[in-house]
Design a protein around this ligand. Sequence first.
Ligand code: AMP
Ligand code: GLY
Length: 423
Amino acid sequence: MKILVVGGGGREHAIIKQLKKNKNAEEIYALPGNGGIGKDAKCVNISAKDIEGIVNFAERVGIDYAVVAPDDPLALGAVDALNEKGIPCFGPCKAAAEIESSKVFAKNLMKKYGIPTASYEVFSDMDAALAFLEKSRFPAVIKADGLALGKGVTIAKDLEEAKSAVRALMQDKVFGESGSRVVIEEFLTGPEVSVLAFTDGTAVKPMVSSMDHKRAGDGDTGPNTGGMGTVAPNPYYTEEVAKRCIEEIFIPTVRAMNKENRKFKGCLYFGLMLTENGPKVIEYNCRFGDPETQVVLPLIKSDLLEIMLAVTEERLSETPVEFKGGSACCVVLASEGYPGKYKTGFPVSVEEDCKGEIFYAGVKEDGGKLITSGGRVLGVTAVADTLSAAVKKAYAAADKIHFENRYMRRDIGAAALAAKEKN
Ligand code: AMP
Ligand code: GLY
């Protein structure tokens, strides 16, 4: 089987490493991949947003199956375009991907089908949004409707901050058309949990839960990033919570998408907050999370390619999705300065006795060596019987990876360990 994976980050590297375990995966291509992924797949320099380029490549090479991992190509209709040429895919069609690419669509869906989420109002007129804020309670949450590299959300502590967030989106258009509509929503509190679930539009099979660490600095300080590290499972996601989430959120969401004629097939990501009034949806993503995937997939026991094909062929209910026991921790090594300005081009070296699994993101090949080329350079994951052992092992491995301006958070897993002690 010739398989194509669209994307080029740590998530895609983790997916490719799992797919490789299936002996039918004879050739794997990554578009565009990266220098580190190059060890596990053939990287082809076609952008993940170049839908025409992807389709042409797939036809030319005779791709049998495609996995579309990032949000942009999904929102741009990569799956629809590949399907049109008869190439089966893992990932939702464009209409279903809107569950992530439009927060207004997602919020309205939840309201219509009674899926628990923060209360909200939608505005396409800036003056109306500003007037609404005058009588709002704070903190309030301001969200751009469209994709904004995970940076379209502001938690405004007072009226001034809220107004400037609305102006930035609607007047200054800092995220372009993504901000032409905004959602203003109630501020919720409680532990956050990420749950990725396979669904073929009918069956829903959740994966092991995880916890992301989105802020750049220790103790959840500093700016939001794409994610600085993860642990799995998430100790807050008890069996009791899981049962509620499946009944009140996961199954109703998949059914709602069917009713709207937007059957969702692929990996549906539930960003949840466990509030005093039960679990609520903070966001949906229409894809695997990054860096959640780097802790979830190393714990999978079943064959990923088999599951993906079952999703595509709508026979997930009869396909096992099983996870090993134990825990995983992923520490992201970034270029100092990320998510702001940072320097790249530094050689990456890994000591021989580094005992973590490395998922490369912002690296490129340069004369047979890897050099840094992005903000998040790589993630290193360790698996162990206990969470504390996984965290220790991941940091021991991270300390054996070097590049000049290496930066990492030192407290990945600390919140999860503290939660475990409390329970
Ligand atoms: P999002 O991009 O939607 O994942 O939001 C980024 C982060 O903002 C989330 O991980 C939450 O920590 C926070 N957030 C989003 N919506 C809310 C809300 N309604 N209440 C409190 N925090 C929120
Ligand atoms: N880690 C959050 C995301 O993938 O959007």
